[in-house]
Design a binder for this molecule. Structure first.
Ligand code: NAD
Ligand code: UDP
Length: 309
């Protein structure tokens, strides 16, 4: 039984991760400032004696003992990470430094939730881990993309300089139950719009592509990465099925039997044209392949949103 900190544990992915780690018999300490996360996401865990919830902002230092740290604290949706861009950068620089300092002092292993956004608007397709990316350093997405790139740099430097045991995973677009209704990302937006019979808002012409990973697959990959020996990453985790945003909209309209119609809105600046993970390294090092087909994952997510709307 390990003592495991999950920062951002009250968020969408973090709540599923806490659940999995508790099911494996570990003691889980969830640190969250509730910016985009909510108590509701982890309410069902609060009675578990092995679960601790601490309201804490990782931009401030904290001293607690742990064997492992999963650092997920950071808003992930463009509308949320752009709401207070400076805070987003602080979370990725000061916050990650604090967590690395904690890992160093407690001699804990630390896994950083990085992102496919480090590849920016990629000139290489699909994206392999050795691609250095194409990121605008001064755009509206930079607080997140560049923030996560610095977070990776900090992880590597703490590893080289202080021998901290690190793991870096680059997460590709992930969806599933417990995404917030107002999250603003494409899957939750389209499902909520379809279920409410509102217009489905495609940004741009809908030809941009993304690869959508169901949260259970992602969490399995993250835990597998934490448990590897002598492999620090970075490693891509996601699902390599690639869809245009228009195809996603049509699929969600079909699966929800919705009468919603598609409307087109301006494409936000620096919105990547395409994205698909090369999962060769994840397969080789973690034995990871996604198992949930996007239609099945979407159905589960639709069922979830039916219960909350
Ligand atoms: P989310 O917004 O649901 O969860 C983020 C959590 O972090 C929330 O509970 C929020 O309250 C908390 N948080 C934010 N800033 C904090 C701070 N300074 N201190 C403490 N807690 C803070 O998003 P998510 O989709 O669950 O993403 C989790 C992590 O995975 C993020 O680091 C994100 O960058 C990364 N990621 C997610 C995706 C995806 O598609 N979901 C893709 C790539 C990377
Ligand atoms: N998108 C869209 N309509 C929406 C929300 C998003 O067309 O209501 C598009 C967005 O412009 C992007 C893609 O869907 O091209 C994925 O957006 P999301 O914010 O989910 O993730 P990211 O851009 O960070 O991959």
């Amino acid at each position: 039984m390990k003592n495991i900190i999950v920062t951002g544990g009250a968020g969408f992915i973090g709540s599923h991760l806490c659940e999995k780690l508790l099911a494996e018999g570990h003691h889980v300490i969830c640190l969250d400032n509730f910016f985009t996360g909510s108590r509701k996401n982890i309410e069902h865990l609060l009675d578990n004696r092995e679960f601790e919830l601490i309201r804490h902002d990782i931009v401030e230092p904290i001293l607690i003992e742990a064997d492992e740290i999963y650092n997920l604290a950071c808003p992930a949706s463009p509308i949320h990470y752009q709401y207070n861009a400076i805070k987003t950068i602080k979370t990725n620089v000061l916050g990650v430094t604090n967590m690395l300092g904690l890992a160093k002092r407690a001699k804990a292993k630390i896994l950083q939730a990085s992102t496919s956004e480090v590849y920016g608007d990629p000139a290489v397709h699909p994206q392999r881990e050795d691609y250095w990316g194409n990121v605008n350093p001064i755009g509206i997405r930079s607080c997140y993309d560049e923030g996560k790139r610095v977070a990776e740099t900090l992880m590597m430097d703490y590893h080289r300089q202080h021998n901290v045991d690190i793991k870096i995973v680059r997460i590709f677009n992930t969806y599933g139950p417990r995404m917030a209704e107002n999250d603003g990302r494409v899957v939750s937006n389209f499902i909520v719009q379809a279920l409410k019979g509102e217009d489905i808002t495609i940004y741009g012409d809908g030809s941009q592509t993304r690869s959508f990973c169901y949260v259970d697959d992602l969490v399995r990959g993250m835990v597998a990465m934490m448990n590897t020996k002598d492999f620090i990453g970075p490693v891509n985790i996601g699902n390599d099925g690639e869809y245009t945003v228009k195809q996603l909209a049509e699929m969600i309209i079909e699966l929800t039997n919705s009468k919603s119609k598609i409307v087109y809105k301006p494409l936000p600046s620096d919105d990547p044209c395409k994205r698909r993970p090369d999962l060769t390294l994840a397969k080789e090092k973690l034995g990871y392949s996604p198992t949930v087909h996007v239609r099945d994952g979407l159905m589960k997510t639709i069922e979830y949103f039916k219960t909350v709307l």
